[in-house]
Design a protein around this ligand. Structure first.
Ligand code: 2P0
Length: 329
C-alpha cells in the first residue's frame, strides 16, 4: 500500500530561531506563520517488508545514504511510534526551491509525517501530526495547517504543537517572493540558530520580542489589520537577523540584492503601497501585501528584479492526502 501526502510551505511572520531541546526539537519561543499555496512538497511512502533499508528518492533520483540521514532518522521515529519494523520506499517531489530560505524543510517534513504515519497504520490527530512533523524540522510543525498558524513552544513533547489561528484568513493577505538567489545556502538554519542561542548577546531580548509580537499580531489578525501585521512581521524579521549579525562569529543570510529589495519595499510603502518584507534563512525576500495591490506591486518590482524572479503566493491549505503516488517503486 502507498500513501501520498502534500504539505505546503509556510513563512513565519513571528519567527522561530533557536531550540531549547535539540533532541525533541523544542523551540525557545512561540512562532506564527502563513501557509502558502504556491510552494509545496508531495511525498509518497510505502512500507515494504522486503527492503533492508529505507530508500529515499528526491525529485525522482535516489538520494545517497549520507544525504538521507534526516529522513531515515525520522522514519526510525515513525517505526518506534507505530511498532512497525520494516523499511520504506519514500519519494518526494518538491515545488519549492530547496535551501533558499523558502523553508523547504517545512513542507518536506510535514508531508513526510503525514504520509509515513498513515502508511505505518497510525491514525493521528492533526495536533499529533504537527508534533510528529516537529521532530523532522521545527518549521514543519506549522505546515500541517493552512492559513495563519501558531506554534506553541510548549514545555515538552506533548505540549509543543501547532494550531490554526485563521485557517482561511478573513482579510486580504498575500506574499510575493523576490527570488534573488535560489542556490544552496552556506549557513544551515539548524547551525545558524544554534550559534545564535549560544553566542548572541541579544538572545534574552529576542525572547521578550517574540512574546510581545505574538500577543500583538494575534490581536491584529483578529481585527484584520494588515498594516499592523506587516509592521510587526517586518520588525520581527529585522530583529531575528540582528541576532545573526551579533553572533560570534557574526553572519548574515542577506546579499546585496536582499538589501536592495528591503529598501525598495520601504520606498514603495512610503509611496503609499501597503507592503512589508520578511526574510528567513536565505537571501530571498518575501513581501507581505494586500492582494488588491498585486498589479501595482508587480509593476513596481519587475523593472528592478525582473518579472521572472517574482512569485506571488496566496494563503494555502493544510495537509492533504492524494490518491496518486508521485513515483512507482
Ligand atoms: C521560521 N526559520 O520560523 C524560521 C525563520 C527560518 C527563519 O524555521 O532545525 O528548517 O529543522 O528546526 O525549521 C527554518 O528552520 O530548522 C526556520 P530546524 P528549520 O520559519
Amino acid at each position: 500500500m502507498t500513501t501520498t501526502a502534500r504539505a505546503h510551505t509556510n513563512i513565519a511572520l513571528v519567527k522561530y530561531w533557536g531550540k531549547r531541546n535539540a533532541a525533541l526539537m523544542l523551540p525557545q519561543t512561540d512562532s506564527l506563520s502563513l501557509t502558502l499555496d504556491e510552494f509545496y512538497t508531495t511525498t509518497t511512502v510505502e512500507f515494504d517488508p522486503t527492503l533492508s533499508k529505507d530508500h529515499f528518492y528526491l525529485d525522482g533520483k535516489l538520494v545517497a545514504d549520507q544525504q538521507a540521514h534526516k529522513v531515515v532518522k525520522f522514519m526510525d521515529l515513525v517505526r518506534q511510534m507505530s511498532g512497525r519494523a520494516d523499511f520504506a520506499n519514500i519519494a518526494s517531489v518538491n515545488n519549492v526551491p530547496i535551501a533558499a530560505g523558502l523553508a523547504s524543510s517545512a513542507s518536506a517534513f510535514a508531508a513526510l509525517a503525514g504520509a509515513a504515519a498513515k502508511d505505518a497504520g497510525m491514525d493521528l490527530s492533526l495536533k499529533d501530526l504537527s508534533r510528529l512533523a516537529r521532530r523532522g524540522s521545527g518549521s514543519a510543525t506549522r505546515s500541517i495547517f493552512g492559513g495563519l498558524v501558531e506554534w506553541h513552544r510548549g514545555t515538552d513533547d506533548l505540549t509543543s504543537f501547532a494550531e490554526p489561528v485563521q485557517e482561511v484568513p478573513k482579510f486580504g493577505i498575500a506574499m510575493l517572493a523576490i527570488m534573488v538567489d535560489t542556490s544552496q545556502k552556506k549557513v544551515s538554519s539548524r547551525g545558524g540558530m544554534q550559534l545564535v542561542v549560544e553566542t548572541s548577546p541579544y538572545y534574552p531580548a529576542w525572547r521578550q520580542v517574540v512574546k510581545d509580537d505574538m500577543v500583538a499580531i494575534k490581536k491584529a489578525i483578529a481585527t484584520g489589520d494588515l498594516k499592523t501585521i506587516g509592521h510587526i512581521a517586518q520588525q520581527n524579521a529585522l530583529r531575528m537577523h540582528a541576532l545573526n549579525l551579533a553572533a560570534d562569529p557574526g553572519f548574515t543570510y542577506f546579499n546585496g540584492q536582499t538589501i536592495l529589495a528591503m529598501q525598495t519595499i520601504d520606498r514603495l510603502r512610503e509611496e503609499g503601497l501597503n507592503c512589508y518584507y520578511t526574510m528567513d534563512a536565505g537571501p530571498n525576500v518575501k513581501v507581505i501585501f494586500d492582494p488588491k495591490d498585486q498589479d501595482d506591486l508587480l509593476k513596481a518590482l519587475s523593472p528592478v528584479f525582473g518579472a521572472e524572479r517574482l512569485v506571488v503566493a496566496k494563503p494555502g491549505p493544510g495537509i492533504e492526502y492524494l490518491a496518486d503516488p508521485v513515483m512507482k517503486f
